[in-house]
Design a protein. Sequence first.
Length: 129
Amino acid sequence: MNKKESKILSNEMMKFSSHLKDEYKLVKPPLYHNFLVNIGVKKRGLCWHFAYDMLTHAKSLHLSSFDYYIGGANINDYWEEHNTLIVTCKDCRFEDGIVLDPWRNSGVLYFSKVKDDKSYSWSQRGGLR
């Protein structure tokens, strides 16, 4: 893995999650913000908004060392479903990836290994390299 690209990606994901926090004008906690989006008071800020905006930004960096996926947990459960960006090294398994989740802490980037995330059991929603 390219250390230079790893540093670029980690710095960009930290900065971009903060940018999204400001862009979405987040309020805490995340579920209250979801409520505001769902009743039309806020336009964006659901977990999948974060996931796809983070994905778009990560791909715009044109880093060759990584693959990107949308991870999902509790799929089709209205109250519990959650989605986020998962990053792996190029051609590595989804299960060995890193969770990048700016939603759960209201714009402060949470990160962990997929297998070490105690809050969610992640599955691959799609291969979005």
